[in-house]
Ligand binder design. Structure first.
Ligand code: UDX
Length: 435
């Protein structure tokens, strides 16, 4: 198939590369010249395992090209819209102006029978609105909504081997579904479930999934507060709950909470959309989910103050991790980076370290001290705060780490270390909801 992908940020760059990897002819379009030049040279502008390899092989064979001119997408049969929908400044609603702008720019270039496929996460109702516009201005083309569920760090795998495929199509539109089936043939042959539904349901699947995941994380974080008050152990609680197949163990890890470019903004935008629809009460609980999540960052800071006897002022604190999760260089709404900033605000000498996220963190918070060397961060530290569970931090040896620091105190903001082993090595170990 001849495919265009409009918007070559995180989602679009991965989608374009993955579609080329499946054998399609792909053109990626973005208004950002630097981004396009880097991608055309086979270099993504962000860290994502596996992406450089498939990007390089697709650009070398010529199956994947890039351009800043949307007219170059004109001979594609299918156009994926993969632009961002960030949180609007000063509001919790999603900003759909990039979707609208990309759609408007594409309209004059649509070939006969072209299909526009939305991938961006949008407020429910957006697809119907765009379809209305298409019917007036390009009636020969059609629209489908095909939400993306990829996780950072697993984006290539999640795109090539998705859990499920969801197509939102206009009533009676068999053509769009059969074209999408051709595009995703490999996944369908491997048995991936596929749900064909209406626009609103397809849009909702995405935000509902993220709202559910966020709720699950905040639920266990709320339990960790109760565990702290009662001497219970939230990790054992999560293990026991997780054996109930109706609940499941995944996404029940208590800690400093969720961040990133999706979960926080998606639950806020979903709440705002429900309010617009006059159904604000139905999603009022998501505000509590957000509040519990943000409270976790303060809890880690409070634990740090406690561990240092009442004040962090002038104390050297090694913050392990700045990204919102491991295997990513993304620091958007990162709980780890927030904790570092809060500690710095209390007068601590914070040295933050991360294998991939330093450059992005520095761009946002130049006031912090950074090092890529965890040894350097740990050197002479009065307190260690682990806030992103990179493999190398999980694997830290309590004895060897103890020889680097000035004081054996650690806050395990992700509950990933073994309290018994760390305490046995003389550490003051504190987790969230662990006795
Ligand atoms: C998420 C969704 O998982 C994905 O389906 C969607 O397409 C985009 O948003 P992502 O933001 O890449 O993906 O990260 P995810 O792995 O979901 O983690 C989100 C956040 O939750 C991270 O900050 C992570 O540390 C946190 N988390 C996750 C927890 O705090 N506890 C858990 O048990 C699981």
């Amino acid at each position: 198939m001849r495919i265009s992908v409009i918007g070559c940020g995180y989602l679009g760059a991965v989608h374009a590369s993955a579609m080329a990897e499946l054998g399609h002819e792909v053109i990626g379009i973005d208004v950002d010249e630097r981004k396009i030049a880097a991608l055309a040279a086979g270099r993504p502008s962000f860290f994502e395992p596996g992406l450089p390899e498939i990007l390089a092989s697709a650009t070398e064979t010529g199956r994947l090209r890039f351009s800043t001119d949307i007219a170059d997408a004109a001979d594609a049969q299918v156009h994926f819209l993969a632009v961002g929908t960030p949180q609007t400044a000063g509001s919790s609603a999603a900003d759909v102006s990039y979707v609208d702008a990309a759609f408007a720019a594409l309209l004059p270039h649509l070939a006969e029978d072209a299909i526009v496929v939305g991938k961006s996460t949008v407020p429910v109702g957006t697809a119907a609105r765009l379809a209305g516009r298409l019917a007036e201005e390009a009636p020969h083309a059609s629209l489908a909504w095909n939400p993306e569920f990829l996780r950072e760090g697993f984006a290539v795998k999640d795109t090539l081997e998705p859990d499920r495929l969801v197509y939102g199509v206009a009533e009676g539109d068999r053509h769009a579904a059969s074209v999408l089936d051709q595009i995703y043939r490999a996944a369908l042959e491997a048995g991936t479930p596929r749900i064909v539904t209406d626009y609103a349901t397809a849009e909702l699947v995405k935000v509902a999934a993220n709202a559910f995941l966020a709720t699950k994380i905040s639920f266990i974080n709320a339990m960790s507060e109760i565990a702290d008050a009662t001497g219970a152990d939230v990790t054992a609680l999560a293990d026991a709950l997780g054996h109930d197949a109706r609940i499941g163990r995944r996404f029940l890890n208590a800690g400093v909470g969720f961040g990133g470019g999706c979960l926080p903004k998606d639950i806020r935008a979903f709440t705002a959309r429900a309010e617009e629809l006059g159904r604000g009460e139905a999603l009022a609980f998501l505000k509590e989910v957000d509040a519990i999540n943000l409270r976790q960052r303060q809890r880690v800071v409070d634990l740090a103050v406690l561990a240092l006897g009442g004040s962090v002022h002038r104390k050297k604190i090694a913050v392990l991790g700045v990204t919102f999760k491991p295997d990513s260089d993304d620091v958007r709404d990162s709980p780890a980076l927030d904790v570092a900033v809060l500690l710095k605000g209390l007068g601590a000498d914070v040295v933050a370290t991360d294998p991939e996220g330093i450059e992005n963190a520095r761009a946002r918070h130049p006031q912090l001290d950074y090092t890529t060397s965890s040894r350097e961060a740990l050197h002479d530290a009065d307190l260690v705060v682990l806030v992103t569970e990179w493999r190398e931090y999980r694997a830290l040896d309590p004895d060897a780490t103890g020889r680097l620091v000035a004081g054996r105190r650690i806050i395990d903001g992700r509950n990933v270390l073994d309290p018994v082993a760390w305490r046995a090595a003389g550490w003051d170990y504190r987790g969230l909801g662990r006795p």
